[in-house]
Design a protein around this ligand. Structure first.
Ligand code: FMN
Length: 171
């Protein structure tokens, strides 16, 4: 299965990346094709609602930003993993911009499954979970494989890493 993991953290070895790596290791053991994009340190802009993607560009975007590298993976991905720290009671700005840019496809053409991995200092997961449920599961029609929420004291614990591995076994 082609798996696209979007990590909205800017920190390469942060809490979110630890969960992502546990998920990805397990998925690769089962020979899934896993691509990880750490968008928290990339130039990912919000949708401009020009509608060119739908009217004239056949799913491509007028914006010249780092989404150029990610659109080809979105076209092929069968499983989408959204991973993000909580910033001010929501996912990071880049994570939400990524979700907005899915508008180019309305629904990712091959998407079947999804999961959500969140970390936070102390909590505030509600809004990011609701967006995932509404946009990725409800609107795009993906089957939910699971949601992990981890506060910093738990994010690198064996229990949370096991949760991430067990989601990978649902691919
Ligand atoms: C700008 C900013 C806003 C944050 N807002 C919250 C918050 O609302 N609630 C919370 O519990 N933690 C908050 N945190 C803490 C991060 O969510 C937490 O440290 C997270 O695990 C960082 O993930 P990372 O190591 O993958 O980058 C915030 C951190 C930053 C930098």
């Amino acid at each position: 299965m082609n798996v696209l993991v979007i990590n909205g953290s800017p920190r390469r070895n942060g809490n979110t990346a630890t969960l992502v790596e546990a998920f990805a290791d397990e998925a690769r053991k089962a020979r899934h094709n896993v691509s990880i994009k750490q968008i928290g340190s990339m130039d990912i802009r919000g949708c401009r609602n020009c509608d060119a993607c739908r009217k004239t560009l056949n799913g491509n975007c007028v914006q010249d930003d780092d989404m150029r590298d990610i659109f080809p993976l979105m076209r092929e991905c069968e499983a989408l993993i959204i991973a993000s720290p909580i910033y001010y009671y929501s996912s990071t700005g880049q994570t939400h911009c990524f979700i907005e840019r899915c508008y180019a496809f309305e629904r990712l053409p091959k998407l079947k499954k999804a999961a959500l991995l969140l970390t936070a200092g102390g909590g505030g997961f509600t809004s990011a979970i609701q967006t995932y449920k509404d946009a990725i599961i409800g609107h795009m029609g993906a089957k939910d494989m699971g949601i992990i929420t981890a506060v910093v004291s738990q994010a690198k614990s064996s229990a949370k890493l096991d949760e991430a591995r067990s989601i990978a076994r649902k691919l």
